[in-house]
Design a protein around this ligand. Structure first.
Ligand code: 5AD
Ligand code: SF4
Length: 438
């Protein structure tokens, strides 16, 4: 979502004459779009800021002004702290305020804020943000992102999202349809619908104002856009999977057979403590239902190890769940206490060494599963969307329906095409293939 937000920020400032540059020294304005999900992400903000200060000072010696902005969820959560520790920062604003960039830039450039200091803007007007964002003017990648939902009401006890992104909010179906059509006109062949809890999506039906459509119906609707070939979505919560969504996977060939469905833990005691509101068996059942509807479907997931109170037996339940499901890919993290979240205040925090040891064991298993999944595609023919040029000459990079990266030899003119490729070789992160038919 930060990638999407960053590109929307670029759309907002482009009428002011800003264009993207590669090096900070060439930039009149630098926006750090930050993440707050784990402590590591937030620490990075302060170390990056230290480096950017040097750019600002060096450019000042040449008589050039450099505006430094901190955006995103770390700005939302730690705005005051950022202003206090880094007084050279000109603007600090949360994920719901970036449509106000033109005003903030004007103010910051003149430093007319009451205190004569940087500008802090951590308000929460989600709808007004979407209402005032301009249409994107830049050519889109073949694969584009589209935020359809923001925020979350689930309050998992480890998670900062309900505090940084705010309450669950869904954009209207018409608005989403229009933006999707526009992205397709700008060159997108694939769209990934984004939201912190994207399958909580609900929009008033354009056919009947007394009905609401969920994510499944929305995708069926978007599927009518002629030049749109692939639809994906992330991230989903097991609790918000409904029959319509499962049916959509069975019936709509544009909806890709690959779902990111975070489970976090395989232990019922930990799931309960986390306030996930589902059991490990419920998760297994949901996976079963999807597989019944669409036998070739594959899954990825998120895991947290070392949640407060997690015992060795709890962790083994997580290993068992992973072994049962067989993920195509997965992310796993050590639990990171986030200020202000309920879990951070719990006393039975798990020692770092135990977290690391568990993370290693889980990641070994998940890597084996990923290798096995990739090996399973060797010798098969996969439909690939060719996304961009590869690093080697004559090479293109594309993706299978399962998001696997595939390298093939093909001319650059084929970027954007969807073609059949025979997979000749697989590794953990990349596949190699040969064009079968163009
Ligand atoms: N510590 C570790 N991982 C976390 N996540 C969210 N909050 C935390 C935390 N406090 C992980 C979850 C989520 C993913 C986006 O980040 O697994 O699904
Ligand atoms: Fe955070 Fe996801 Fe839980 Fe919402 S559902 S609180 S975003 S982990």
């Amino acid at each position: 979502m930060n990638v999407y937000d960053s590109s929307r920020m670029a759309d907002v400032v482009s009428p002011l004459g800003f264009v993207a540059v590669r090096e900070p020294d060439a930039a009149d304005m630098i926006i750090l779009n930050t993440c707050h999900i784990r402590e590591k992400a937030t620490e990075k903000v302060f170390s990056d800021l230290g480096r950017l200060r040097e750019h600002k000072e060096r450019r000042a010696l040449e008589g050039k002004q450099t505006l430094i902005a901190v955006a995103g969820c770390a700005a939302q959560a730690e705005g005051d702290e950022i202003m206090r520790r880094a007084s050279y920062v000109d603007m600090v604003f949360g994920p719901q305020a970036y449509h106000q960039l033109p005003e903030m830039i004007a103010k910051a450039a003149r430093k007319v804020d009451e205190k004569g200091r940087g500008i802090l803007n951590v308000d929460f007007p989600v709808q007004s943000k979407f209402d005032s964002l301009p249409q994107t003017t830049t050519e889109q990648n073949v694969s584009a992102f589209l935020t359809i939902q923001e925020g979350c009401d689930k309050f998992c006890r480890f998670c900062c999202v309900p505090y940084t992104r705010g309450a669950e909010f869904s954009r209207s179906i018409d608005e989403v349809y229009q933006e999707a059509s526009h992205l397709v006109n700008k060159g997108a062949k694939e769209i990934t619908l984004l939201g912190q809890n994207v399958n909580a999506y609900h929009g008033v039906s354009p056919e009947n104002a007394s009905q609401e459509w969920g994510l499944g119906r929305l995708m069926q609707h978007l599927s009518r856009i002629a030049g749109l070939h692939r639809i994906r979505y992330m991230t989903s919560h097991p609790r918000d999977v409904d029959q319509e969504l499962i049916r959509t996977h069975a019936e709509d060939p544009k909806v890709m057979p690959y779902i990111h469905l975070p489970v976090q833990s395989g232990s019922d005691a930990i799931l309960k403590a986390m306030n996930r509101k589902h059991t490990s068996d419920k998760y297994r059942q949901i996976i079963e239902q999807f597989r019944k509807a669409r036998p070739d479907i594959a899954f990825s997931s998120d895991f947290i190890v070392g949640y407060p109170g997690e015992t060795e037996a709890d962790f083994e339940d997580t290993l068992r769940l992973a072994a049962d499901v067989q993920f195509a890919q997965a992310y796993s993290f050590k639990y990171s206490p986030r200020p202000g979240t309920p879990a951070a205040a719990l006393e039975d925090q798990i020692p770092e060494a135990v977290k690391s040891e568990r993370l290693n064991r889980l990641q070994d298993l998940l890597r084996q599963q990923q290798n096995a999944f990739n090996e399973g595609t060797e010798g098969t023919t996969q439909t690939i969307l060719l996304e961009k040029k590869g690093r080697e000459s004559g090479q293109l990079v594309g993706r299978t329906p399962y998001l696997q990266v595939v390298h093939i030899q093909a001319p650059e003119s084929m970027v954007g095409q969807i073609i059949d490729v025979k997979i000749t070789q697989s590794g953990t992160n990349t596949l190699h293939g040969e064009v079968v038919s163009a």
